[in-house]
Design a protein around this ligand. Structure first.
Ligand code: FNR
Length: 344
């Protein structure tokens, strides 16, 4: 029987939503805020591993207006968020253990709107740890993790899976997971063995959506997403309640913009500004801008960009040099501790 819980007043609704997919290294605070500004309704964090989160320390950072979860061993920020995104933010966790997942859920639930469990990642690191797609072949364990979270947390819980090789098996798995009380299920329309170059299977998602009542979040359509309308096209093909976008948004986050995409330089400008405002790590900023630039990394400015090591240097290339200097001075004066300084 599904676990029935009273819905909190501001419970996240997963129907008719455009969603920024979880993406390691991409889905950090500046990109999530930019996706929301562009029109995304819900944004997922990158996958955060339970073992890392559980030992992190929650700190309010008044200088930045953020809440930081800090690794006490080296001072790195494991997860940074702020009030602006709270009502639309889903944290995705990698876990293989119900008790640990719940402990993390309790640690983070006051700062997020929903918690998602990654059950689709095919990478060796996840599979070896019994996480991600490893849970697809252990549905009892997957259901136990979800039921424990649904029963004991105050926020909605979801999971993100991949389809199984057989449609009927996929439907059965979704039914089994839905019965735990989860609020929605994200489904990547490819099997564990399939790679991004393979065609997704919207027909399988449609069959699942027809068979179950739980909101289905369709994912895996980026190959054919070049404009805003394409997001809805994929959602319709899948017969899904919502659509979740990864690669197409990684390259062009303004794909969420109803009024049409913005020029690449404008996206980079806006992104860099947010990186300055929230003191994003330079290596993470560089990685995300490289993904936006793609082959333009070969252009003269792209080549200059590849030489950059600091946020200041990157900002200089997009007419944000003075802004960065001023803002960093302000933040220092306000007492921003910086990414690597931790108060014991
Ligand atoms: C991913 N994906 C992914 N999935 C997930 O559940 N947790 C994660 O942390 C990540 N990380 C990640 C990083 C990067 C750079 C990419 C491109 C993808 C998979 C992603 O969420 C999505 O399921 C697939 O990319 C398919 O959707 P698209 O790309 O067709 O929209």
């Amino acid at each position: 029987m599904p676990v029935k819980k009273e819905e909190p007043a501001q419970c996240l609704n997963y129907r008719n939503k455009l969603i920024l997919a979880p993406m390691v290294r991409v889905g950090t605070l500046p990109m999530r805020l930019l996706a929301l500004e562009m029109g995304a309704d819900i944004v997922y964090t990158e996958e955060l591993i339970d073992l890392k989160l559980i030992k992190s320390i929650r700190r309010v950072n008044p200088a930045l207006g953020t809440v930081d979860f800090v690794d006490p061993s080296d001072g790195t920020i494991v997860f940074r968020t702020c009030a602006l995104e709270k009502s639309q933010l889903v944290l995705q966790m990698g876990t293989s253990d119900a008790a640990r997942a719940l402990a993390v859920g309790k640690l983070v639930q006051q700062d997020i709107a929903g918690l998602d469990i990654n059950m689709g990642c095919p990478k060796e690191f996840s599979i070896k740890g019994g996480m991600g797609a490893a849970l697809l072949s252990q549905p009892e364990k997957a259901a136990h993790i979800l039921r424990n979270l649904c029963t004991n947390l105050d926020i909605p819980v979801t999971c993100k899976i991949r389809i199984l090789p057989q449609v009927e098996d996929t439907i059965q798995l979704v039914r089994q997971l839905a019965a735990t009380g989860i609020a929605a299920i994200g489904i990547h329309a490819r099997t564990q063995a399939e790679r991004p170059q393979h065609q997704p299977h919207p027909d399988v998602l449609r069959a699942v959506a027809d068979a179950v009542d739980i909101p289905i979040i369709a994912n895996g359509g980026s190959r054919d997403m070049h404009a805003y309308e394409d997001l809805y096209k994929f959602q319709r093909e899948c017969g899904a309640d919502s659509v979740m976008v990864a690669r197409a948004a990684q390259i062009n986050v303004s794909i969420f913009r109803k009024e049409g995409s913005l020029p690449m330089d404008e996206i980079i400008y806006k992104y860099l500004r947010l990186c300055v405002d929230y003191d994003n790590a330079a290596h993470n900023t560089k990685y995300c801008v490289q993904n936006i630039l793609k082959e333009l990394q070969e252009s003269p400015r792209g080549k200059q960009f590849l030489q950059c090591q600091t946020l200041q240097q990157m900002c200089e290339l997009w007419q944000l040099g003075d802004y960065c200097k001023r803002k960093q001075r302000e933040l220092k004066a306000k007492g921003n501790l910086g990414r690597h300084d931790v108060v014991p």
